[in-house]
Design a protein around this ligand. Structure first.
Ligand code: SF4
Length: 377
Protein backbone atom coordinates (compact mmCIF):
# COMPACT_ATOMS: atom_id res chain seq x y z
CA UNK A 1 0.00 0.00 0.00
CA UNK A 2 1.32 3.46 -0.86
CA UNK A 3 0.84 5.77 2.08
CA UNK A 4 2.65 8.84 0.81
CA UNK A 5 0.93 10.63 -2.03
CA UNK A 6 2.85 12.37 -4.73
CA UNK A 7 2.20 16.10 -4.50
CA UNK A 8 0.20 17.53 -7.38
CA UNK A 9 2.46 19.02 -10.02
CA UNK A 10 1.20 22.60 -9.72
CA UNK A 11 1.59 22.75 -5.93
CA UNK A 12 4.75 23.93 -4.32
CA UNK A 13 5.27 21.35 -1.61
CA UNK A 14 7.86 18.77 -0.83
CA UNK A 15 6.93 15.18 0.01
CA UNK A 16 10.16 14.82 1.91
CA UNK A 17 9.83 15.07 5.65
CA UNK A 18 11.19 18.27 7.19
CA UNK A 19 14.85 18.47 8.13
CA UNK A 20 15.55 16.52 11.32
CA UNK A 21 14.52 18.62 14.30
CA UNK A 22 12.76 21.33 12.28
CA UNK A 23 9.22 20.02 12.87
CA UNK A 24 9.73 19.68 16.63
CA UNK A 25 11.52 23.03 16.96
CA UNK A 26 8.63 24.90 15.36
CA UNK A 27 6.03 23.15 17.48
CA UNK A 28 7.99 23.66 20.71
CA UNK A 29 8.53 27.35 19.93
CA UNK A 30 4.86 27.77 19.09
CA UNK A 31 3.81 26.01 22.28
CA UNK A 32 5.92 28.32 24.45
CA UNK A 33 4.02 31.31 23.11
CA UNK A 34 0.57 30.02 22.15
CA UNK A 35 0.14 26.73 24.02
CA UNK A 36 -1.57 25.96 27.29
CA UNK A 37 0.45 26.60 30.44
CA UNK A 38 -2.08 26.88 33.22
CA UNK A 39 -3.80 23.50 33.28
CA UNK A 40 -4.04 22.19 36.85
CA UNK A 41 -1.67 19.27 36.19
CA UNK A 42 0.96 21.40 34.47
CA UNK A 43 3.93 22.73 36.39
CA UNK A 44 4.09 19.50 38.39
CA UNK A 45 6.32 16.53 37.87
CA UNK A 46 4.33 14.50 40.37
CA UNK A 47 3.89 11.15 38.54
CA UNK A 48 0.63 10.43 40.37
CA UNK A 49 -0.95 13.69 39.24
CA UNK A 50 0.31 13.23 35.72
CA UNK A 51 -1.05 9.70 35.66
CA UNK A 52 -4.52 10.75 36.83
CA UNK A 53 -4.65 13.61 34.33
CA UNK A 54 -3.50 11.52 31.36
CA UNK A 55 -6.03 8.80 32.11
CA UNK A 56 -8.85 11.33 32.46
CA UNK A 57 -7.81 13.00 29.21
CA UNK A 58 -8.26 9.77 27.26
CA UNK A 59 -11.38 10.28 25.12
CA UNK A 60 -12.36 13.36 27.15
CA UNK A 61 -11.76 17.03 26.49
CA UNK A 62 -9.69 19.20 28.80
CA UNK A 63 -12.57 21.45 29.86
CA UNK A 64 -14.62 18.45 31.00
CA UNK A 65 -11.65 16.89 32.79
CA UNK A 66 -10.56 19.86 34.93
CA UNK A 67 -13.33 19.82 37.59
CA UNK A 68 -13.17 16.01 37.85
CA UNK A 69 -9.39 16.11 38.18
CA UNK A 70 -9.52 18.68 40.98
CA UNK A 71 -12.21 16.80 42.90
CA UNK A 72 -10.46 13.46 42.39
CA UNK A 73 -7.16 14.83 43.74
CA UNK A 74 -8.94 16.29 46.72
CA UNK A 75 -10.50 12.94 47.51
CA UNK A 76 -7.54 10.73 46.60
CA UNK A 77 -4.48 12.96 46.98
CA UNK A 78 -1.87 10.26 46.43
CA UNK A 79 -1.28 6.69 45.36
CA UNK A 80 -1.84 5.29 48.85
CA UNK A 81 -5.14 7.09 49.25
CA UNK A 82 -6.35 5.69 45.93
CA UNK A 83 -5.18 2.18 46.80
CA UNK A 84 -6.94 2.32 50.19
CA UNK A 85 -10.24 3.48 48.69
CA UNK A 86 -13.04 1.09 47.82
CA UNK A 87 -13.78 0.73 44.12
CA UNK A 88 -17.24 2.16 44.73
CA UNK A 89 -15.77 5.43 46.05
CA UNK A 90 -13.54 5.71 42.99
CA UNK A 91 -16.42 5.01 40.61
CA UNK A 92 -18.49 7.59 42.40
CA UNK A 93 -15.75 10.21 42.01
CA UNK A 94 -15.65 9.25 38.32
CA UNK A 95 -19.40 9.42 37.92
CA UNK A 96 -20.31 11.49 34.85
CA UNK A 97 -16.87 11.30 33.22
CA UNK A 98 -17.79 8.12 31.34
CA UNK A 99 -15.63 5.20 30.19
CA UNK A 100 -15.63 3.75 33.69
CA UNK A 101 -13.10 1.10 32.74
CA UNK A 102 -10.55 3.88 33.22
CA UNK A 103 -11.52 4.28 36.88
CA UNK A 104 -11.48 0.53 37.47
CA UNK A 105 -8.03 0.28 35.92
CA UNK A 106 -6.72 3.24 37.94
CA UNK A 107 -7.89 1.58 41.11
CA UNK A 108 -6.48 -1.82 40.13
CA UNK A 109 -3.12 -0.27 39.22
CA UNK A 110 -3.00 1.73 42.46
CA UNK A 111 -3.49 -1.46 44.47
CA UNK A 112 -0.86 -3.21 42.39
CA UNK A 113 1.60 -0.37 43.03
CA UNK A 114 0.77 0.30 46.66
CA UNK A 115 3.47 -2.09 47.91
CA UNK A 116 6.14 -0.15 45.97
CA UNK A 117 4.66 3.17 47.03
CA UNK A 118 5.26 4.85 43.68
CA UNK A 119 4.75 4.62 39.94
CA UNK A 120 7.44 3.03 37.80
CA UNK A 121 9.69 5.56 36.08
CA UNK A 122 9.88 4.37 32.50
CA UNK A 123 7.33 4.38 29.69
CA UNK A 124 7.89 0.66 29.12
CA UNK A 125 7.06 -0.23 32.74
CA UNK A 126 4.15 2.20 32.88
CA UNK A 127 2.66 0.62 29.75
CA UNK A 128 2.49 -2.71 31.58
CA UNK A 129 0.00 -1.33 34.12
CA UNK A 130 -3.77 -1.76 33.67
CA UNK A 131 -5.31 0.92 31.48
CA UNK A 132 -2.05 2.58 30.40
CA UNK A 133 -1.41 2.29 26.68
CA UNK A 134 1.79 3.13 24.86
CA UNK A 135 0.94 6.79 24.23
CA UNK A 136 -0.37 7.45 27.75
CA UNK A 137 2.72 5.81 29.23
CA UNK A 138 4.92 8.00 27.06
CA UNK A 139 3.08 11.18 28.08
CA UNK A 140 3.48 10.36 31.79
CA UNK A 141 7.14 9.47 31.28
CA UNK A 142 7.82 12.72 29.39
CA UNK A 143 6.10 15.02 31.87
CA UNK A 144 7.03 13.25 35.10
CA UNK A 145 10.45 11.81 34.35
CA UNK A 146 11.69 13.68 31.28
CA UNK A 147 12.00 10.46 29.27
CA UNK A 148 12.43 10.89 25.52
CA UNK A 149 9.28 8.99 24.51
CA UNK A 150 6.85 9.54 21.64
CA UNK A 151 3.13 10.09 22.12
CA UNK A 152 0.50 9.21 19.55
CA UNK A 153 -3.02 9.97 20.70
CA UNK A 154 -5.98 10.77 18.46
CA UNK A 155 -5.05 14.44 18.09
CA UNK A 156 -1.45 13.66 17.24
CA UNK A 157 -2.52 11.07 14.68
CA UNK A 158 -4.62 13.74 12.97
CA UNK A 159 -1.76 16.26 12.90
CA UNK A 160 0.75 13.75 11.51
CA UNK A 161 -1.64 12.26 8.96
CA UNK A 162 -2.33 15.72 7.59
CA UNK A 163 1.15 17.13 7.82
CA UNK A 164 2.71 14.12 6.09
CA UNK A 165 -0.23 13.48 3.76
CA UNK A 166 -0.72 9.92 4.96
CA UNK A 167 -3.55 8.02 3.32
CA UNK A 168 -5.25 5.12 4.99
CA UNK A 169 -7.16 5.48 8.23
CA UNK A 170 -5.46 5.51 11.63
CA UNK A 171 -5.93 2.08 13.13
CA UNK A 172 -4.73 0.25 10.03
CA UNK A 173 -1.58 -1.60 11.11
CA UNK A 174 0.50 -0.13 8.29
CA UNK A 175 -0.67 3.41 9.06
CA UNK A 176 -0.05 2.92 12.77
CA UNK A 177 3.44 1.62 12.08
CA UNK A 178 4.22 4.61 9.97
CA UNK A 179 2.76 7.12 12.44
CA UNK A 180 4.76 5.65 15.34
CA UNK A 181 7.86 5.76 13.21
CA UNK A 182 7.34 9.45 12.44
CA UNK A 183 6.43 10.24 16.06
CA UNK A 184 9.66 8.63 17.28
CA UNK A 185 11.79 10.19 14.55
CA UNK A 186 10.55 13.72 15.23
CA UNK A 187 11.32 13.65 18.95
CA UNK A 188 13.47 16.66 19.74
CA UNK A 189 16.52 16.99 21.92
CA UNK A 190 15.82 16.98 25.65
CA UNK A 191 15.52 20.75 26.02
CA UNK A 192 12.43 20.92 23.81
CA UNK A 193 10.87 17.66 24.86
CA UNK A 194 8.09 18.85 27.17
CA UNK A 195 7.19 21.89 25.07
CA UNK A 196 7.11 19.72 21.94
CA UNK A 197 4.96 16.99 23.51
CA UNK A 198 2.55 19.52 25.00
CA UNK A 199 2.67 21.45 21.73
CA UNK A 200 1.54 18.44 19.71
CA UNK A 201 -1.38 18.02 22.10
CA UNK A 202 -2.25 21.73 21.99
CA UNK A 203 -1.93 21.91 18.22
CA UNK A 204 -4.31 18.97 17.75
CA UNK A 205 -6.79 20.38 20.26
CA UNK A 206 -6.82 24.02 19.19
CA UNK A 207 -5.45 24.42 15.64
CA UNK A 208 -5.40 21.20 13.65
CA UNK A 209 -8.92 20.39 14.75
CA UNK A 210 -11.14 17.72 13.30
CA UNK A 211 -13.67 20.03 11.67
CA UNK A 212 -11.99 23.19 10.45
CA UNK A 213 -8.24 23.34 11.03
CA UNK A 214 -6.91 26.86 11.50
CA UNK A 215 -4.00 26.42 9.14
CA UNK A 216 -3.20 30.12 9.10
CA UNK A 217 -2.26 29.82 12.79
CA UNK A 218 -0.29 26.60 12.40
CA UNK A 219 3.47 26.58 12.99
CA UNK A 220 4.04 23.72 10.54
CA UNK A 221 1.81 24.96 7.71
CA UNK A 222 4.78 25.65 5.41
CA UNK A 223 5.38 22.01 4.64
CA UNK A 224 1.96 20.52 5.43
CA UNK A 225 1.02 18.20 2.60
CA UNK A 226 -2.70 18.15 3.37
CA UNK A 227 -2.82 21.95 3.23
CA UNK A 228 -0.81 22.12 0.03
CA UNK A 229 -2.98 19.52 -1.65
CA UNK A 230 -6.28 20.88 -0.36
CA UNK A 231 -6.94 17.70 1.57
CA UNK A 232 -7.30 18.98 5.13
CA UNK A 233 -10.97 17.97 4.98
CA UNK A 234 -10.29 14.42 3.86
CA UNK A 235 -7.28 13.55 6.04
CA UNK A 236 -7.06 11.57 8.14
CA UNK A 237 -9.18 9.13 6.16
CA UNK A 238 -12.27 8.13 8.12
CA UNK A 239 -12.52 4.61 9.38
CA UNK A 240 -14.93 2.68 7.11
CA UNK A 241 -18.36 2.67 8.67
CA UNK A 242 -19.65 -0.65 9.85
CA UNK A 243 -23.09 -1.39 11.11
CA UNK A 244 -22.86 -2.09 14.82
CA UNK A 245 -24.70 -5.13 16.11
CA UNK A 246 -27.89 -4.34 18.00
CA UNK A 247 -28.46 -6.02 21.36
CA UNK A 248 -31.57 -5.80 23.48
CA UNK A 249 -32.12 -5.58 27.18
CA UNK A 250 -34.82 -4.78 29.69
CA UNK A 251 -34.16 -2.68 32.78
CA UNK A 252 -36.47 -2.66 35.77
CA UNK A 253 -37.15 0.69 37.38
CA UNK A 254 -38.59 -0.45 40.70
CA UNK A 255 -39.54 2.63 42.68
CA UNK A 256 -40.58 2.62 46.30
CA UNK A 257 -40.64 4.94 49.26
CA UNK A 258 -36.90 4.46 49.78
CA UNK A 259 -35.94 5.40 46.22
CA UNK A 260 -35.09 3.26 43.21
CA UNK A 261 -33.78 -0.29 43.45
CA UNK A 262 -30.27 -0.58 41.99
CA UNK A 263 -27.84 -3.45 41.84
CA UNK A 264 -24.13 -3.62 41.36
CA UNK A 265 -22.98 -4.95 38.00
CA UNK A 266 -20.37 -7.66 37.74
CA UNK A 267 -16.82 -6.22 37.82
CA UNK A 268 -16.04 -7.06 34.19
CA UNK A 269 -18.00 -6.32 31.04
CA UNK A 270 -20.35 -3.50 30.14
CA UNK A 271 -20.72 -0.98 32.98
CA UNK A 272 -18.61 -3.29 35.13
CA UNK A 273 -18.64 -2.43 38.84
CA UNK A 274 -21.22 0.35 38.45
CA UNK A 275 -24.61 0.48 40.10
CA UNK A 276 -27.41 0.04 37.60
CA UNK A 277 -31.04 -0.98 37.31
CA UNK A 278 -31.78 -4.69 37.59
CA UNK A 279 -31.55 -6.25 34.15
CA UNK A 280 -34.42 -8.73 34.00
CA UNK A 281 -37.61 -9.62 32.18
CA UNK A 282 -41.03 -8.43 33.28
CA UNK A 283 -41.83 -11.88 34.69
CA UNK A 284 -38.95 -11.56 37.15
CA UNK A 285 -39.99 -8.15 38.50
CA UNK A 286 -42.39 -9.38 41.16
CA UNK A 287 -39.83 -11.89 42.43
CA UNK A 288 -37.11 -9.26 42.65
CA UNK A 289 -39.43 -6.93 44.51
CA UNK A 290 -40.52 -9.74 46.87
CA UNK A 291 -36.87 -10.64 47.59
CA UNK A 292 -36.48 -7.07 48.78
CA UNK A 293 -39.55 -7.24 51.01
CA UNK A 294 -41.78 -5.42 48.55
CA UNK A 295 -45.00 -5.95 46.74
CA UNK A 296 -45.11 -4.98 43.08
CA UNK A 297 -48.18 -2.83 42.49
CA UNK A 298 -47.93 -2.62 38.72
CA UNK A 299 -45.48 -2.58 35.85
CA UNK A 300 -45.63 -0.38 32.77
CA UNK A 301 -43.31 -0.28 29.75
CA UNK A 302 -41.57 3.01 28.95
CA UNK A 303 -40.33 4.26 25.58
CA UNK A 304 -37.35 2.09 24.50
CA UNK A 305 -34.15 3.90 23.54
CA UNK A 306 -30.81 2.95 21.96
CA UNK A 307 -27.44 3.54 23.61
CA UNK A 308 -24.31 3.34 21.48
CA UNK A 309 -21.19 1.59 22.70
CA UNK A 310 -17.97 1.39 20.72
CA UNK A 311 -18.66 -2.11 19.48
CA UNK A 312 -22.43 -2.47 19.60
CA UNK A 313 -25.72 -0.69 20.15
CA UNK A 314 -27.96 -1.53 23.05
CA UNK A 315 -31.72 -1.16 22.77
CA UNK A 316 -33.00 -0.61 26.29
CA UNK A 317 -36.62 -1.15 27.25
CA UNK A 318 -37.30 0.24 30.72
CA UNK A 319 -40.19 -1.14 32.75
CA UNK A 320 -41.45 1.10 35.53
CA UNK A 321 -42.85 -0.60 38.60
CA UNK A 322 -44.27 0.96 41.74
CA UNK A 323 -43.64 -1.02 44.89
CA UNK A 324 -45.03 -0.98 48.38
CA UNK A 325 -43.29 -2.52 51.36
CA UNK A 326 -44.59 -5.75 52.76
CA UNK A 327 -42.33 -5.11 55.71
CA UNK A 328 -40.64 -1.75 56.06
CA UNK A 329 -37.03 -2.09 54.95
CA UNK A 330 -34.06 -0.80 56.89
CA UNK A 331 -32.55 2.54 55.91
CA UNK A 332 -29.45 0.84 54.59
CA UNK A 333 -31.64 -0.90 52.05
CA UNK A 334 -32.67 -4.46 51.47
CA UNK A 335 -30.39 -7.22 50.28
CA UNK A 336 -31.80 -9.82 47.98
CA UNK A 337 -30.80 -13.04 49.74
CA UNK A 338 -30.59 -15.12 46.59
CA UNK A 339 -29.40 -12.34 44.28
CA UNK A 340 -25.97 -12.67 42.69
CA UNK A 341 -25.36 -8.92 42.87
CA UNK A 342 -25.72 -6.59 45.84
CA UNK A 343 -28.83 -4.48 45.72
CA UNK A 344 -29.74 -1.33 47.51
CA UNK A 345 -32.13 1.55 47.44
CA UNK A 346 -30.85 4.67 45.78
CA UNK A 347 -32.63 7.74 47.15
CA UNK A 348 -33.96 9.88 44.31
CA UNK A 349 -32.04 12.89 45.61
CA UNK A 350 -28.77 10.98 45.18
CA UNK A 351 -29.25 9.95 41.55
CA UNK A 352 -27.13 12.84 40.24
CA UNK A 353 -24.04 11.90 42.27
CA UNK A 354 -24.32 8.11 41.99
CA UNK A 355 -21.92 5.92 39.98
CA UNK A 356 -24.52 4.98 37.38
CA UNK A 357 -24.02 4.43 33.65
CA UNK A 358 -24.88 7.66 31.84
CA UNK A 359 -27.98 6.38 29.97
CA UNK A 360 -29.36 4.95 33.23
CA UNK A 361 -28.69 8.19 35.06
CA UNK A 362 -30.39 10.19 32.28
CA UNK A 363 -33.39 7.88 32.35
CA UNK A 364 -33.77 8.16 36.12
CA UNK A 365 -33.35 11.92 36.07
CA UNK A 366 -36.01 12.18 33.40
CA UNK A 367 -38.40 10.00 35.36
CA UNK A 368 -37.70 11.91 38.57
CA UNK A 369 -38.30 15.22 36.81
CA UNK A 370 -41.61 13.86 35.49
CA UNK A 371 -42.57 12.88 39.02
CA UNK A 372 -42.62 9.18 38.08
CA UNK A 373 -40.29 8.30 40.97
CA UNK A 374 -42.18 10.29 43.52
CA UNK A 375 -39.57 12.90 44.55
CA UNK A 376 -37.54 15.43 42.59
CA UNK A 377 -33.76 14.73 42.40
S1 SF4 B 1 -1.35 23.29 8.23
FE1 SF4 B 1 -3.45 22.86 8.79
S2 SF4 B 1 -3.79 20.73 8.31
FE2 SF4 B 1 -1.59 21.07 8.29
S3 SF4 B 1 -0.94 20.47 10.33
FE3 SF4 B 1 -1.30 22.66 10.37
S4 SF4 B 1 -3.45 22.92 11.02
FE4 SF4 B 1 -3.13 20.79 10.43
Amino acid sequence: MRLWRQPQAHRCVTRLPPEPGAFAARIAAWQRVHGRHDLPWQGSRDPYRRWISEIMLQQTQVAAVIPYYLRFLERFPDLQALARAELDEVLQAWSGLGYYGRARNLHAAARELAAHGRLPESAAELAALPGIGRSTAAAIAVFAFGERAAILDGNVRRVLCRHRGIDGFPGLPEVERQLWEIAARELPADGDLEAYTQGLMDLGAAVCTRGRPRCNACPVADDCIALAEGRTGSLPAPRPKRELALRETTLLVLAGAEGVLVERRAPAGVWGGLWSLPEAHAQAAAGIAAACGLRLLGLSPLEPFVHRFTHFRLRITPLLGRCAPVVRVADSGPKAPDAPAARRWLPVAQIGGAALPSPVKSLLRRLAADGALGVDP
